[in-house]
Design a protein around this ligand. Structure first.
Ligand SMILES: [Zn+2]
Length: 151
């Protein structure tokens, strides 16, 4: 067998293998899907059966401790679900609140500050005449005593 024959055979085998793998993948995927569908139908029937058993138990037509336990567990889960759904509704209703800066106090909120004049001692604002030494208010422009201009 020559080199080309080998090469050709290798390529041919590669194609066959790829084709085989593709068909295998297709087949297994299909079968997997069909098996899943059957499982889904079984689960659905089981759920239906459970629903019926639950109803019959509640109607007093089934007397079974196991079914009773399951029915009680279902009731507890339903109660929890009601609470959870309410919680969810509240969480969905929450809105983002922008953090607001502290507003400046409105005039009505301002504490009125009573103004009191500082109790300063009435220091006698006086000056003395440079000529006769007479004491007079600083506002005087002439000495009342000697008439000298003091402003
Ligand atoms: Zn004077």
């Amino acid at each position: 067998m020559g080199f080309l024959d080998n090469l050709s055979k290798t390529i041919s085998q590669g194609v066959d293998r790829a084709k085989f793998e593709a068909e295998k993948f297709q087949k297994t995927t299909r079968l997997q899907g069909e098996a899943n569908e059957l499982r889904r139908q079984i689960d659905a029937r089981l759920a239906e059966l459970g629903q019926k058993a639950y109803e019959l138990y509640r109607a007093g037509q089934i007397s079974s401790a196991t079914v009773g336990e399951l029915a009680t567990a279902i009731d507890q889960l339903r109660s929890a679900l009601v609470v959870k759904e309410e919680e969810l509704k509240q969480a969905q209703a929450e809105v983002f609140v922008e953090p607001t800066p502290t507003p400046p106090p409105s005039p009505s909120q301002q504490v009125p500050i009573s103004y009191e004049a500082p109790a300063q001692p009435q220091a006698a604002a006086t000056k003395q005449c440079g000529v006769c030494g007479f004491t007079m208010p600083t506002t005087a422009m002439f000495c009342p005593n000697c008439g000298t201009r003091v402003a």
